[in-house]
Design a binder for this molecule. Structure first.
Ligand code: SF4
Ligand code: SF4
Length: 121
């Protein structure tokens, strides 16, 4: 899988979806890119109160296809912004890729590794 999604809050998001994230952190640990746009980097830099260039140099790398930027990983393979309690340090401004899993996008069999639940089957 190319793209890794990410942790959501353990509350059902607004907008009608019935998915409830259980904050297992699996989607912030599996291999793949956490793609981030320049607009998202602006928001994240503002949230972290640091210059965009500093944020980019410290926490981003070029994706393998050289078409964009991705967050780097820690030595254990998790996203650099994943906290020990499985919370996302930038949750209010995390990339759309992260916020969109698994409602906006997912992959076959994702529910075998994602511990989130749905109110309806
Ligand atoms: S940015 Fe946050 S939600 Fe996205 S992969 Fe990293 S820790 Fe997970
Ligand atoms: S894998 Fe599923 S339950 Fe676990 S943090 Fe990601 S969205 Fe939430």
């Amino acid at each position: 899988m190319e793209d890794a999604p990410s942790t959501r809050e353990d509350e059902p998001p607004a907008g009608g979806t019935d998915f409830v994230c259980r904050r297992c952190g699996a989607c912030c640990r599996w291999p793949g890119y956490v793609r981030v746009t320049h607009e998202e980097l602006d928001s994240i830099a503002s949230f972290l109160n640091m210059p965009v260039r500093e944020l980019t140099e410290a926490y981003c790398r070029l994706t393998g296809d050289r078409t964009g930027l991705s967050f780097i990983e820690k030595e254990n393979g998790s996203c650099v912004f994943l906290a020990p309690d499985n919370r996302c340090r930038i949750n209010p401004v995390k990339p759309r890729q992260c916020a969109g899993f698994p409602d906006a996008w997912s992959f076959p069999g994702y529910d075998a590794v994602c511990r989130g639940t749905r109110a309806s089957p």
